[in-house]
Ligand binder design. Structure first.
Ligand code: TXA
Ligand code: MG
Length: 354
């Protein structure tokens, strides 16, 4: 299959291009498009065949459900059985935007879309291109991240091209995704909303709207038989570059010397080393490739760059990457969740010098 690549204006998408993408989707084809979080791989969410083809293109296990994307609130009702009060409040506050909610699904949503579950994940994205394309189809659009299963989510059209070229009908290039990490997922089917995947909309932000919000305890620990994440996709630890990733924790000075020490050990074994640093520390490391995630005090910058950097280490053929860590609260929770997954939850403690 030849994948058509089109470039679109991210703020004011050209109507003719929007129509072209929408036509492919209505005919059952697959189109990758930008959203404010990461690029999504769109298909008709009510069409089992289209959804099957999404799983195939991504190489994704078919028990890992897809998110349905809508372009106005009125499109929610037909795909869910009920809209709990907490969901109503959260959507008033955060839609359109990087928040996905889990609802009991209605009859019209095929089990192929939901990976066999009786619930459905729904998101109303704010990106003008995503909104325009979905609106033009008149359909809920299934949209997992547009990467090969197991790879970091794509934040650029070039990432999608690298993973999926030849496997999907079209890639709509609308520039870099603003947030760079996937949406927050919150389950609103129970008494208290539960965060299944942390993202840009934080626990604190949601609590200011609905009161108590819980976090799935599986978010920061390695999935095990006792502690299985409730979002099926979160159980996959490998989410990562080909390089082995190790997180190094401790105060700044200790982390720098520990990473430099570890790099020496690896280089002796002939390994190409990489360090995921921040603006202030990037000059302090000795490794083959040193990349900065951005300003440590601007977590949104760190989040926006994380997946791009993980992919870059791969392009550069790095064997082993050492990364600094961030506080596991607020926006940092989403960053650390993705970093932990990239590292297969492997981290070492840097000891303070005596
Ligand atoms: O930001 C995002 O959410 C991006 C953009 C494209 O919208 N999409 C995305 O989709 O990240 P995906 O498929 O890569 O991740 C969806 C996650 C998976 O971990 C999946 O298991 C979980 O959502 N999920 C989907 N439906 C669910 C359901 N009914 N119950 C629990 N978890 C669900
Ligand atoms: Mg994904």
């Amino acid at each position: 299959m030849k994948t058509k690549l089109i470039r679109i204006n991210p703020e004011n998408p050209e109507p003719l291009l929007v129509e072209e993408a929408a036509r492919i989707l209505k005919e059952g084809g697959l189109v990758a498009f930008p959203t404010e979080t990461v690029y999504g791989l769109g298909g008709n969410g009510l069409d089992s065949e289209a959804c099957k083809n999404i799983y195939i293109a991504k190489g994704r296990p078919s028990d890992n459900p897809l998110i349905l994307h809508i372009s106005q609130i009125s499109e929610l009702r037909p795909i869910v059985r009920e809209i709990p009060l907490a969901a109503q409040k959260l959507m008033d506050a955060f839609w359109p935007g990087p928040l996905t909610m889990i609802f009991p699904k209605s009859q019209i949503v095929p089990l192929t879309t939901t990976g066999g579950l009786d619930t459905v994940a729904v998101r109303f994205p704010s990106h003008p291109v995503a909104k325009a394309i979905i609106r033009a189809t008149g359909l809920p659009i299934a949209g997992p991240s547009a990467n090969s299963s197991g790879k970091p989510s794509p934040t650029r059209a070039s990432h999608v091209e690298f993973d999926l070229s030849g496997k999907i009908d079209m890639i709509v290039d609308g520039g870099a995704a603003e947030w760079g990490l996937e949406s927050t997922i919150v389950d609103v089917t129970g008494e208290v909303p539960v965060i299944l995947r942390p993202g840009a909309i934080t626990k604190e932000m949601m609590e200011s709207v609905v009161g108590e919000v819980m976090i799935d305890p599986a978010i920061l620990t390695k999935p095990s038989d006792d502690l299985k994440p409730k979002a099926p996709g979160m159980k996959y630890t490998h989410y990562s570059p080909k390089a082995k990733v190790t997180l190094v924790k401790g105060n700044t000075e200790a982390v720098i010397s520990k990473i430099n020490e570890l790099c020496v050990d690896e280089r002796v074994q002939g390994k190409k080393t990489g360090v995921m640093a921040t603006e202030k520390t990037k000059g302090c490391y000795h490794a083959d490739v040193i990349l900065s995630l951005g300003d440590r005090d601007k977590l949104e910058e760190i989040g926006a760059n994380l997946f791009k950097l993980l992919r870059k280490f791969d392009y550069l053929g790095v064997d082993t990457v050492f990364s600094e860590v961030f506080p596991e609260e607020g926006e940092g929770l989403a960053i650390m969740n993705r970093l932990n997954k990239a590292a297969g939850y492997y981290r070492v403690e840097a000891e303070e010098a005596k």
